[in-house]
Design a binder for this molecule. Sequence first.
Ligand SMILES: [Mg+2]
Length: 271
Amino acid sequence: MGKTVRAFGLLVVALAVGCSSAPPTNDPLVNCTLWVQDSAEYRALAHQAYNTARVQLELALEDKTWSAASEQAGEFGDLAPAIVLDVDETVLDNSYYEARLAKAGQEYESESWKGWCNEARATAVPGALALCQLAHEKGVAVFYVTNRRAELKDATRKNLAALGFPLREDVETVIPRTESSDKTARRAELCKDYRILLLIGDSATDFSGAFVKQPNSRRNDLAHEQREWWGTRWIVLPNPMYGDWELNANGGAPDLEARTAARRAALRGAP
Ligand SMILES: [Mg+2]
C-alpha cells in the first residue's frame, strides 16, 4: 500500500470514529465536574446562596410566624430556632469523587461512594462554613439532614468537624437516611421541637416531599408554584453533577451507553 493510500485509509477511519462517538469534551460528567471544581461562576453562585441565607436568617429570627418547613404546624413561635441543611453538594463538596468516576469512565456505585465518604476528605462548599458558624453563634441549632446512610454518620461527623462545622454533643445534629430517602418525616420530627428558619439544599427533595419521585414535568411545575420561597425560605445550591432530575432524563435505560443516548434524545433543539 502506497503512502497516499494508507494516509487516505487512516483519514477515513478517523472520520468514521469521529462520526460514531461524541467528542471527549462533550462528556457530561467531565464538564459538570470541571465546572464545579474550576469555575468562578460556581463559587459565585455558592456565595450568592449563602449570602442570601445570611440576610434571610436575620429576618426569620425576628419573625416568629416564619417557618421554612411545610411540615411545621400548630403553635411554633416560641420553639427554639434551627436551620436544616443537606450535606452533599450543600455543605460538603464531593466533586473529587465525581472526578474519580469521570477519569475512570465509571458511574456511581454505593461501594465506591462509601469508600470516598469514609476518607472524610470532602472540602466545604464556599460560604457554607461561615453561615453555619454564624447561625451557631446566634443560638440557632444547625441540623444536617442527609441521605447518607447511618453507617456513614461517624465519617460524616469527622469530615464536618475537621472543617469546623458546628456539631453538638447533647443533640444528634447529623441525621442520616432512614428506611426512606424522603426527608419529610425527619423534618416533621425536628418541627416538634424547633422552628425551622431556613432549608438549604441542592435537590428539590431537600425542601419538600412533594418533589419526591415525580416526573420532571411535575417537579418543574412545583418549582414554579413555590417561586416565592426560593431565595427567601429555601436556599438552593447548584449541582450539575447528579440529582433526581437525571432519573427522568435517563428514561430507565439499563447502561451508560443507553442512558447517554436517552439524554441526547431528551434534548430540545427548539422551544
Ligand atoms: Mg445534596
